[in-house]
Design a protein around this ligand. Structure first.
Ligand SMILES: *[C@@H]1O[C@H](CO)[C@@H](O)[C@H](O)[C@H]1NC(C)=O
Ligand SMILES: *[C@@H]1O[C@H](CO)[C@@H](O)[C@H](O)[C@H]1NC(C)=O
Ligand SMILES: *[C@@H]1O[C@H](CO)[C@@H](O)[C@H](O)[C@H]1NC(C)=O
Ligand SMILES: *[C@@H]1O[C@H](CO)[C@@H](O)[C@H](O)[C@H]1NC(C)=O
Length: 437
């Protein structure tokens, strides 16, 4: 039985369930670096960018609202004829590039192909061509008798998204992460078994920097679950695995980083061993702190903070929903135990946020050690609504405002999280988290 549930864990990465998809379900969220723009990707391959409403003195009450800025189809469904496999259009990850000129650039990826998009504004249109008419139709050269000088005329603001690069044909498995390097010239893409390094200018070639594929796939015991570059050291990156381990690699040490520089793993507490230990220790997300000093990992029941200088155990462990320990059997049966939750830091690395079930999400303050459970539901999604803390009770008497662990809705889950702080109102934070049904 053990090896069969082990296989099931690996298959939850290698063969994700295609049948559950609905085009408009959000599959990833990402703010740009100042939080003015928010990009979402969905299962239908679309990217929608929202822009925070401009601040103005007489509209203070509308602060923090985001309006649609641009919508475009990033990926289309495809079919791999060689393997007889459908390639989903679902956007797995979006990453913004730092802004360098008036246009914005972002990377979006589905399971196989990464694309670089340029999003730019246009509010002028050239008029008075010589060889074509105003509708763009070519004119008969015989009718052209005079030369005109084209002029730019103002028009309604248009936001255009154009694909600038397509990075294809480098991944056999499913891309789970993309990460822009701090040199801003390269980025990496990680799938279940390999990590590739790309130069933004070169689409026909990538460098394989990690490869954990065994010669015989029957011997596979571990997959890569997430990867990220160090925020300041462009040679350093981490990746996490389904065995609950994290490897820190240095690209200066060797071109193929098969030998890690550091290996983070917590020895298992024998008293906590259970049939599900391997599954719940699989890491679903890994994030460097902004300072670059810590890494945070999310597994099924906890969030852990690791100090880069201490490999044998995390310095902090936060219980996200420990009350689910007694329900692991049913969560295994309905496949929820394979859900992959993300986690984020706030801007100063002092608060951690991650999702849970029943539209709940959790925040942990690392300094005060206080934590809170909040609910992201449609009913309280009005701008400036103040979220009431929620409490889950396990057995015994339930207080009026508590919810029993048995009445949690496991189909409402907050898997994707992003965090920004709006600069002008220091006490006001905007949290976007998303639900996947
Ligand atoms: C984020 O987007 C806003 C535009 O709405 C822009 O002004 C800002 O420069 C962007 N920030 C970065 C770091 O890309
Ligand atoms: C990639 O394309 C460039 C320019 O078209 C070419 O010079 C280069 O040889 C190509 N590299 C590979 C590995 O195909
Ligand atoms: C063991 O389980 C308890 C709660 O059931 C938890 O508080 C503790 O952190 C666990 N230990 C480890 C090493 O995971
Ligand atoms: C992070 O959260 C703490 C505690 O709420 C707050 O004091 C700090 O200003 C936050 N930092 C940023 C950059 O948002």
């Amino acid at each position: 039985a053990k090896s069969s549930h082990w296989k099931k864990l690996l298959n939850s990465f290698l063969m994700p369930n295609l049948s559950k998809r609905k085009a408009d379900i959000i599959s990833t969220v990402e703010f740009n670096h100042t939080g003015e723009l928010l990009a979402t990707g969905d299962k239908g391959g679309r990217v929608v960018i929202f822009q925070r409403e401009q601040e103005s003195k007489n509209q203070v009450h509308r602060r923090g609202e985001y309006n649609v800025y641009s919508t475009f189809q990033s990926h289309e469904p495809e079919f791999d004829y060689l393997k007889s496999l459908e390639i989903e259009e679902k956007i797995n990850k979006i990453r913004w590039l730092p802004q360098q000129n008036a246009a914005y650039f972002l990377l979006s990826t589905n399971d196989k192909t990464v694309k670089l998009w340029k999003v730019s504004e246009r509010d002028k249109r050239p008029e008075g061509y010589n060889l074509k008419d105003e509708e763009g139709r070519l004119r008969d050269p015989a009718t052209i008798t005079t030369l005109r000088v084209p002029v730019l005329r103002p028009m309604d603001l248009m936001v255009e998204a154009t694909p600038r690069r397509v990075f294809a044909n480098a991944h056999t498995y499913h891309i789970n992460s993309i990460s822009v390097n701090s040199d801003y010239e390269t980025y990496m893409s990680a799938d279940d078994l390999r990590i590739n390094l790309w130069n933004f200018e070169i689409t026909n070639q990538s460098f394989n920097i990690v490869d954990i594929k065994p010669a015989n796939m029957e011997e596979l015991t571990e997959v890569i679950t997430a990867a990220e570059f160090h925020p300041h050291h462009c040679n350093t990156f981490v990746y996490s695995s389904s065995k609950g381990t994290i490897r820190l690699c240095d690209m200066r040490a060797s071109a193929l980083c098969d030998r890690h520089t550091k290996f983070f793993e917590e020895p298992e507490d024998p008293s906590n061993r259970s049939f599900f230990s391997e599954i719940i220790s699989s890491i679903s997300d890994v994030k460097f702190s902004h300072s670059g000093r810590y890494i945070m990992t999310r597994d099924y029941l906890t969030v852990k903070v690791w100090d880069l200088n201490m490999e044998n155990r995390p310095i902090e462990t936060y219980q996200v929903h420990d009350y689910l320990r007694s329900k692991l059997c049913s969560l295994y049966e309905n496949d929820c135990i394979f859900d992959k939750f993300e986690c984020v830091w706030n801007g100063s690395d002092s608060v951690i946020m991650t999702g849970s079930y029943n539209n709940f999400f959790r925040m942990f303050d690392r300094n005060t050690k206080r934590d809170v459970t909040l609910e992201a539901s449609r009913e309280n999604s009005k701008p400036r609504a103040i979220l009431k803390p929620r409490k889950v009770c396990v057995g015994g008497k339930r207080r009026k405002d508590e919810i029993s662990v048995d009445s949690l809705d496991f189909s409402k889950k907050i898997l994707h999280t992003a965090w920004t702080r709006l600069t002008r109102w220091t006490s006001y934070y905007l949290i976007i988290s998303h639900t996947e049904y």
